[in-house]
Design a protein around this ligand. Structure first.
Ligand code: BMA
Length: 863
């Protein structure tokens, strides 16, 4: 819920620099100043930052080392075992005390927190995913007031619960010895306890804003906007107004819709306490909300004003989008479809799995979220999956998804684990589910609520069920049913009935195990089961909600956490940072080894670490290129491709396509190409060479299809062209030829195939295809020439080559530069223009530019 913010610096409270909203009757003030903290057993109080975490406060005082550097994470583990106290003082005057109601609101507490106001206990928190509030008027004093928060160690609290259960409740991702894994007992992000791409840093702290809210007669609690009917000409809505009133009285509600000059208004009779009042309104000739790529994500601003007589009591603003969203699961020849219809249009979902961009959640800033949106949009995505092992994100994240047309597949916060089933825990889950469904219900970006990530397959397919005596297995499964078939779907049904609930990802219809015929799939045959990338195109699922392979970030990022002596793929530091272990394959197999195996399958052998990092990126890019194209070629059978994972929460090697510092890996460029609204995708199927045209556009596209076969020096061996009409929202085969007829006996190692769509002399899209893996290409060293031209926005870099340059990686030695294209193949005869947006002046850019391509690996020195 966002409130209209009229800033007012009343001076009512000392220690408030950014005060919240204010009307004649209501004042909101942030309490972010004057905080100190200490370990509960210590005496000395130190300055603290709120919102924040114990660990970041300790870091600010240099009391712990930088946990991201080398193995320092190990040295800060003691923090999770301690209790911590936070304290602040604020002053209240009579103006505030004269208000009839004063509430203290914590938007987030991490996690077991006792809050005392002037030594009276007012809140006992035990869930980081909800807000906490208390009425505090009787406790407030004129003058100085003391606020204290006592944080119990989340691990010790979890342990107390763990020892009460006489069977193991599994979370195999937790980085703690068996018997000490407490994460499942605590409603706080699972990834804080360690995951296969993140550190174990179990935080405590005031995780979100804290505020005082003082009001007299009434205030807004919530507004839930439900669409009654939506058509081209009119959208009708009922807004359910939730109002908290101190007494019964006659009020008036006004609704101002975007730039309408006259509000809709209605008298409402309030009773003391909670009120829920339906309020109807309509939008004529609506502008629809569309996902990125399909149209404008048009938003309507709704300003609700609660009035008594002529005076304004409280205001609340919401943004809504006129849209319909459906998850369509119709029976068909294969099984059941699984696709989203937005405004009646089937939309192929292109996107990624999202995790928080920080292990320390309060460190996420507006800039972080905005960058995520830019990276998402730049790669032509229209959906992010907010994965269930982390957190329901901040309001700002969903606001930005609304504004940018990014649909959200939202998991509830359960992943790869089992859950306790005691009544307190279940009640806590219910509260959390209701709170978050209500909080997010008005966002047009919301597409789906999903119960959990992989809990179902963990139980049935990872041997978990079999590990228990039958009566224990029965109990665990019953608890699963209670949470995922009862509590969570009921929360969605009650508070956001427009959205579908999907109990587990991945699964098939009726919450059966994933079968690729219906439902969604996590395609981990590639990577964990070591299948070749070409398998992305085999037995393609209906909706692929996870798939991916790991890569290292670029050297600049690696050097931020490692020293020179650590730069070896199995060095102590690189092994420590790598969290993906695969004991079922072999004791010694981890992600670093797996990256090496995949590199060797497709690329020349790296001789040093820098080449290993570079090749891991090309390898990951090839995997995601293969997957995105295969999934889209198989449209409409397959209607979604969300790879694992978009981003990182610390500098590391992982499946991310954008690293912790926002640097794009090769894979992000590859995904951007794979997700182009119009894709030409060549593929060999049963010795027949085919070219597919896939379009996500809703209008027909025309142009000339230009196909050519080139040798590696750029000589055209074969070419054909024909006018092409690409049907909207469809995958179609547009060309085919017997591979032998195309190659006519030429070596597959010495040719490259290009497919282009050309319109009015401009290349709209181009895609290259090789008949052998990169390591088998007969590449010889290219001579690449580079030229820089200064423009208003920065520079244009022009590149040319005399021979095929494969996997061209550009880097500026001194400057941090984002190249509009990187890690690409450069064809001889082609002039490639690359844009660099920068206000900086680059000194001798030609000399500062480092160009690397695949042949350089052959000539590299051994480490
Ligand atoms: C999926 C995710 C995560 C995990 C990733 C890589 O299963 O749901 O749990 O990090 O794979 O192993």
């Amino acid at each position: 819920m966002k409130n209209l913010t009229l800033f007012l610096l009343t001076g009512i409270l000392l220690g408030c620099i950014s005060c919240g909203k204010s009307t004649e009757q209501l004042t909101e003030i942030e309490l972010h100043q004057n905080w100190t903290f200490k370990k509960s057993s210590d005496e000395k109080w130190l300055e603290a930052k709120v919102p924040g975490t114990v660990q970041t406060d300790l870091l600010n005082h240099k009391l712990i080392p930088d946990p991201f550097h080398r193995k320092n994470e190990d040295q800060i583990q003691w923090v999770e075992r301690e209790d911590w106290e936070y304290q602040s003082e604020f002053t209240v005057d009579n103006t505030l005390l004269s208000k009839q109601n004063v509430e203290l609101v914590f938007e987030g507490l991490d996690t077991y927190a006792d809050v005392y106001l002037n030594d009276s206990l007012i809140i006992e928190a035990d869930n980081m995913f909800v807000a906490w509030q208390a009425s505090i008027k009787p406790l407030l004093k004129n003058g100085k007031n003391t606020l204290k928060v006592y944080f119990h160690s989340p691990v010790n609290e979890g342990m107390k619960k763990l020892i009460q259960v006489d069977y193991e409740i599994r979370n195999d991702n937790e980085l703690a010895p068996k018997g000490e894994r407490t994460s499942v007992f605590t409603r706080k992000p699972l990834y804080h306890f360690g995951w296969d791409w993140g550190p174990r840093i179990v935080t405590s702290g005031i995780s979100k804003p804290v505020k005082l809210r003082a009001w007299d007669d009434a205030r807004w609690e919530n507004v839930f906007v439900k669409a009654d009917s939506i058509s081209e000409t009119k959208a009708t809505y009922t807004a359910y107004l939730e109002i908290e009133a101190a007494k019964a009285f006659q009020a008036n509600v006004e609704l101002w819709v975007s730039d309408r000059t006259i509000p809709v208004s209605k008298p409402v009779q309030l009773k003391a306490g909670y009120n829920k009042i339906p309020f109807e309104f309509e939008i004529n000739q609506p502008n629809f909300w569309w996902s990125h790529g399909l149209g404008e994500p048009h938003l309507y601003q709704l300003d609700f004003r609660l009035k008594k007589g002529g005076s304004l009591i409280d205001e609340l603003s919401e943004k809504i989008g006129v849209r319909t969203i459906e998850l369509v699961q119709e029976k068909d020849a294969t099984g059941h479809s699984f696709y989203f219809k937005l405004n009646g249009v089937p939309v192929f979902m292109k996107g990624a799995n999202y995790i928080p961009s920080e292990i320390f959640l309060p460190n996420q800033t507006r800039e972080t979220f905005q960058r995520i949106m830019e990276d998402t949009k730049a790669a032509h995505m229209n959906m992010l999956r907010v994965w269930g092992g982390a957190t329901y994100e901040d309001d700002l994240f969903y606001d930005l998804c609304d504004e940018n047309g990014i649909l959200v597949w939202q998991d509830f916060m359960f992943a790869c684990s089992e859950q306790p089933g005691d009544s307190l825990h279940l009640a806590n889950i219910q509260k959390e589910a209701e709170y978050n469904v209500k909080r997010l219900q008005n966002h047009p970006c919301m597409a789906l609520w999903c119960g959990n990530n992989e809990n179902l397959i963990a139980w049935h397919k990872w041997g978990w069920k079999e590990g228990y005596a039958p009566e224990i297995a029965e109990k665990i499964w019953k608890d699963y049913e209670t949470i995922f078939y009862n509590i969570l779907p009921n929360a969605v049904k009650s508070f956001d009935p427009e959205l579908e609930y999907w109990a587990s990802s991945p699964s098939s219809v009726g919450d059966k195990l994933p079968d690729r015929k219906s439902g969604d799939e996590h395609d981990w045959t590639i990577w964990f089961a070591e299948a070749p990338f070409s398998d992305f195109g085999k037995n393609v699922p209906r909706f692929v909600s996870e798939y991916g392979v790991q890569a290292l970030p670029e050297m600049k990022t690696i050097r931020a956490f490692a020293n020179e002596e650590d730069l070896a793929y199995r060095s102590e530091i690189m092994e420590h940072r790598q969290r993906s272990n695969m004991p079922w394959i072999g004791k010694d197999i981890n992600g670093n080894e797996m990256m090496k195996r995949y590199i060797l399958r497709y690329f020349p052998k790296p001789k040093n670490f820098e080449d290993f990092a570079y090749l891991s990126q090309l390898m990951q890019a090839q995997a995601l290129k293969t997957a995105t194209e295969a999934h889209r070629r198989n449209m409409p059978h397959c209607m979604g491709s969300l790879y694992w994972q978009l981003n990182d929460c610390w500098p590391t090697m992982s499946w991310a396509s954008v690293d912790y510092f926002g640097r794009w890996k090769a894979s992000h460029y590859a995904v951007r190409d794979g997700f182009e609204p119009i894709l030409l995708s060549p593929a060999e199927e049963d010795k027949v060479f085919k070219v597919y045209a896939v379009s996500d556009k809703l209008q027909e596209e025309t142009g000339e299809l230009k196909l050519s076969l080139l040798d590696l020096e750029g000589k055209v061996i074969w070419e054909e062209s024909a006018p092409l009409t690409i049907a909207p929202n469809k995958s179609q085969q547009v060309y085919q030829i017997d591979t032998r007829k195309l190659l006519k006996g030429r070596s597959k190692k010495k040719v490259v195939f290009s497919a282009k769509l050309v319109k009015e002399g401009k290349v709209l899209v181009e895609n290259l295809y090789y008949f052998v893996e990169p390591k088998d290409l007969k590449l010889s060293e290219p001579k690449i020439t580079a030229n820089f031209k200064k423009t208003e926005k920065g520079y244009v870099l022009t590149l040319q080559t005399d021979k095929l340059a494969k996997g061209v990686f550009l880097e500026m030695k001194s400057d941090e530069i984002h190249f509009s294209e990187n890690y690409f193949d450069l064809l001889p005869g082609q002039t490639k223009e690359i844009f660099i947006n920068t206000q900086k002046t680059l000194e001798n850019p030609v000399e500062a530019l480092k160009i690397k391509s695949l042949t350089d690996v052959k000539n590299s020195k051994k480490a």
